[in-house]
Write a new protein. Sequence first.
Length: 439
Amino acid sequence: MTKKNERKVHLNVFLRATGHHAGAWRHPDSRPDLELDIHYLAYLAQTAERGKLDSVFLADGYAGNGSKLEPFTQLAAIASVTEHIGLIATVGTVYNDPFHVARRFASLDHISGGRAGWNIVTGAGSAAHNFGRDAHPEHSIRYHTGEEFVEVVKQLWDSWEDDALIFDKAGGRLIDSNKVHEIHFKGHTYAVQGPLNIPRPPQGYPVLVQAGSSERGKELAAKTAEVIFTAQQTFDAGKNFYFDVKSRLAKYGRTNDELIILPGLAPIVADTEAEARELETELHSLVDTEQALNALSERFTVNLNNYDLDDRVPLDKAKPSEEFNGIRSRQEVVLDAARRENFTIRELLYRSNGGHGHITFTGSVIQTADFIENWFTNHAADGFNILPQLVPTGLEVFVDKVIPELQNRGIFRTEYEGKTLRESLGLKRIENVRYIQNR
């Protein structure tokens, strides 16, 4: 594992074919026509790997219009043309089955040689209508069921001991059946006999990532997560979140370096700040304002299109977090920013255009590196989940210019530490403690 005096910035890139700005797909440099082209998507992952980033991440959902490839299919293809970069996929617990998820992630980990990661979400958006259900589960129910779901998946991964495959040609035994176990799990929601029908993942478990920042989410992260994707928009908020979550680890017998905190950072980077600002203005001009305000209005009891863009945000009309059945912590982040900075609706729109509630930053290469270094060295983050606002050019600039600057400062790797995602992140391989006594 990485020693304290060798602490380095960790960087994941949230892949999106055209970028994370709402107007990016209309920009001349973006390629929305290649959103289903695996060669283009592989190029983006290879670009991130060229920059020695820890991982790429694909979000997912089960409702709405879209043209994204299914994450497991895409990441398996990317695994075949990359060697080191981690491959993280979002999989929700509401509209899936634990056995399928355990098998798919074990398969991806084997295919990639130990580079898989699971971003665990309980399902912020409803897809009940696509799964023959009457309604989307309420927030507390999603968390309760999700915790049980993850426990089933872990037990299925552990149902094979690491040395269960023996390939005994002379004795005619491929598998030592004494080292493959039924789990006989029976909980409130799931009853699963097991075992899994694929050997244990090379990493023991794929890296476990969590995106929730609510009170319950922070406690669950401290107990089980290894990486947190979070949304903190100010240095003070980031530092407070970092201290809060890290301070909870000891009661679960964990150390600070066993949990990596990566706030989202949506940068627009150019050689000079003026050039970056010019690109930012151009991207804002490409947004369908009415449509964007309709989306923002889901967080309010009124439609923001009925106000003037230069009116102050009607915070008295905001939905309380407990009435918002989406990502509640993200609701709080968006509203806190509007309160703190006394936003007009236009300012809230512009902030939301670029980062979905994450930090947006526009500046030069040096300014971007300064921003990352400040948060990292002052323990407001262990690194960042990078959301380039324009792709491919924004990703290319980050890799070709920001990464070398971070390397020159001695805070980012110049070579990968090993072959697996756990090695890149400085995390231990998960041992099979359930059946270790049988070895």
